[in-house]
Design a protein around this ligand. Structure first.
Ligand SMILES: [Cu+2]
Length: 348
């Protein structure tokens, strides 16, 4: 069932109205690629539940988000994405150097960002975020890019490389190909994204991902995860209706991340949120060491909240000392309430 709403209503005004009415549907402005007006996608007759604060969801029909239903996790599962690192095809050059190669294709694809809410994305390899590319400092990297999308795109990598490999020019037209080749440096937590104008649209549509360069000696052993703070303007009014880490609103609230008490945890945290000037990461009931941009193994800040502009990324390390659910979310309450909230579930 779709209920049409006035197309010019602002996100805040609509959310306020919808949340105020008892039993309101999930407040998400969705639009299929072909639709001309935003529509509200109801995921059921009783889409809004009152969840107790701190509920970790998934029990008894209630969840922590108020969402009912589930996105199609066979298409994209944020739980799998969280710990998946793509090291590419590894070989050795005649000079004895490690060479890593990847095939990347830009594809137009609708992605489900909340139950029943579809976003007409532009993707790398059919997923948002794109694959998490990983390598070691000093590796030779080759990214074979093919554009099967309807628009021109590029891949712009952060880090040090020749300007000819920077992914601003040339723009790769539909059907075109380009190979980006450079040495992996410096070690740290980087990102990649399309750099075609208008930039905010090309990035926001989903053409971004995480690019990790390990230090030559590696980092200490830990349970490693990638979290890309992203957002979706589902009705194209230059405001976001959905916020998340790794695309699906409230995914880690409905599917808490399972960890062990005392287990070292490392998060590669990237902010690619468009339209909002800042995003943030707040951990409940614990503190983390924050290594800014991951480019220094010694110096860190000890905190439970970090504010990040677009393109900023940090490595977070911590252990959880007690069993139980640990909430994490954007400390801007509005972002948390629109999907950017989750839980770690620590067990003995
Ligand atoms: Cu683009």
């Amino acid at each position: 069932m779709n209920q049409r709403i006035p197309p010019r209503v602002s996100r805040r005004a609509f959310l306020t109205t919808a949340l105020a009415s008892s039993g309101a549907a999930v407040v998400a402005l969705g639009q299929r690629a072909s639709a001309q007006e935003p529509v509200v996608h109801h995921s059921g007759a009783e889409a809004m539940h009152d969840a107790p604060p701190g509920s970790t969801g998934g029990h008894g029909g209630h969840d922590a988000s108020g969402l009912v239903g589930e996105v199609d996790l066979t298409a994209f599962d944020p739980t799998q994405f969280l710990t998946h690192f793509d090291w590419g095809r590894e070989s050795t050059t005649s000079e004895g150097r490690t060479l890593r190669e990847w095939e990347i294709t830009a594809i137009d694809k609708e992605v489900e960002v909340a139950p029943g809410v579809w976003f007409p994305a532009w993707t790398y390899n059919g997923q948002v975020p794109g694959p998490t590319f990983r390598c070691r400092q000093g590796d030779l990297l080759r990214f074979h890019f093919r554009n099967a999308s309807s628009m021109p795109h590029t891949i712009h990598f952060h880090g040090i490389h020749p300007p000819s490999m920077d992914g601003v020019t040339p723009m790769i037209p539909t059907g075109g190909e380009f190979t980006y080749e450079f040495e992996a440096r410096p070690f740290g937590l980087h990102l990649y994204h399309c750099h075609v104008m208008p930039l905010k649209r090309h990035i926001h549509k989903g053409l971004y991902g995480t690019f990790i360069i390990d230090p030559p000696e590696g980092r200490p052993p830990a349970r490693e995860m990638v979290m890309v703070m992203n957002s979706f303007d589902t009705n194209f009014d230059n405001e976001n209706e959905i916020y998340a880490v790794n695309t699906v609103a409230f995914h880690y609230a409905n599917h808490p991340i399972q960890v062990k008490v005392g287990e070292p945890i490392r998060i590669y945290l990237v902010n690619i949120t468009e339209f909002d000037p800042i995003n943030s990461f707040h951990l409940h009931a614990g503190m983390y060491r924050l290594y800014r941009t991951g480019t220094d193994l010694e110096r860190y800040e000890y905190t439970d909240n970090v504010i990040m502009g677009q393109g900023e990324r940090h490595v977070l390390e911590f252990t959880l000392e007690y069993p139980g659910p640990y909430m994490f979310h954007a400390h801007q309450s509005e972002l948390a309430e629109l999907g950017w909230m989750g839980f770690f579930e620590a067990t003995e």
